[in-house]
Design a binder for this molecule. Sequence first.
Ligand code: LLP
Length: 427
Amino acid sequence: MSFEYISGSLHWDNTDLSGLTENIAQLLKEKYAYTGAYYLYNTDIFLQRASLFEKYFPDDYFYYSVKSLSNIHFLSHLSHKEQFGTDVVSSGEMVRAARAGFQGERIVFAGVGKTAAEIQLGIDMQIHSFHVESLAEIRLIGQISSDIQKNARISLRINPDVHVDTHKHITTGKEENKFGLALKEIPAALDLIKSFSHVSLVGIQSHIGSQILDHQPYLNTLGKLTPIAKEIEKTGFPLEYISLGGGFGIDYKQNPYSKKIPEEFSLETLSNGLHAFRPLPWKLYFEPGRFISAPSGVLITNVTYKKDKNGFSIAITDAGMGDLMRPALYGAVHPIFPVREKHQISKVDIAGPICESTDYFSRQTESPELSEGDRLAILHAGAYGATMGSIYNTRPLIPEVAFDHTGTISVIRRPQTLDELLTLEMQ
Ligand code: LLP
């Protein structure tokens, strides 16, 4: 997976993005009278990244984190891979996964705030497991399952209290986070589970954070979970699996001029480190999202205006923070490059059209000189891009387009129309 300029045109692996985006611009215009920004995905990369898990963990299972990139196009591709299931966090994602071809037994349901309606749906769909995060949630699942006399499979999401080096907004495995059960709550959780007729405990899980580059915290987590799993089994609960969650990070700095090997999470190193624990008496699960989806997508946007300031300029794009929220929300940095190469470098801020002072994609950085009408690619935007989109400022959701090595271009989500957006408010 790489970006480079060849003959002045940005190439994504072997695909010439200036040619491809020209064709897509025409297609969107003719078919939908649409001329704005859109997400562009490379389906081959998505599948290659997924198969890296199959390669390095041939005996394990992967519950793909739907929230990272949830388009049915990708989920249905994944559904053909036997080692893959889905990790969902809402009834919306549960139904989405089912529509894409995942039966309930291939769905795990995480989240601190599952509602009664969501629990009922999960039980009806006979999902693989609820990853429970509190004693109160166990009580609610226990009650609902005995009321309707149907079995609910659950796993304890345990907060392992391990240190992880990542952005403070996306760490989850520390004691102070809202996620998971504290270690000292486990005995009470087990007592509670015993008191319900239709709840079975099938596993334990931890998710320690996101965009993690070091394999060691995963080994530390497994080191903590293994004795816990043994203790739980001694109290009469045979377990099927341990899930180590997701969080495998990518190299957001990779760009057309960086010739370095990507500094991303090494699945190979983790795989080697795990040998010390194998054979494990339980199945091992992972819940990757970003590692698979981030490198599979870019956001294509056009420069609408250029404003000259004192010593720098601002390029205003037709995409905004409602379309890609990560820079505004986390200060995340995504490399931005014109699809037609520019050799002159200058100080350009790149900002969206939304009425918010944080609506910037990049600030005070050196960038290729930009002009009105330039088409830009915002890189590594496949994860937590489209899925975090919002209609703030009454801006409809932008389309998603996928291509692959066969040359097929598919509009996998058409542009939302203003009528569709407003119709919910019509009396
Ligand atoms: N499993 C659980 C229980 C999770 O909460 C998450 C992500 C994952 C798996 C997948 O993590 P991944 O492999 O994608 O890192 N919006 C933020 C990231 C939020 C992650 C939430 N949990 C961002 O844009 O960086």
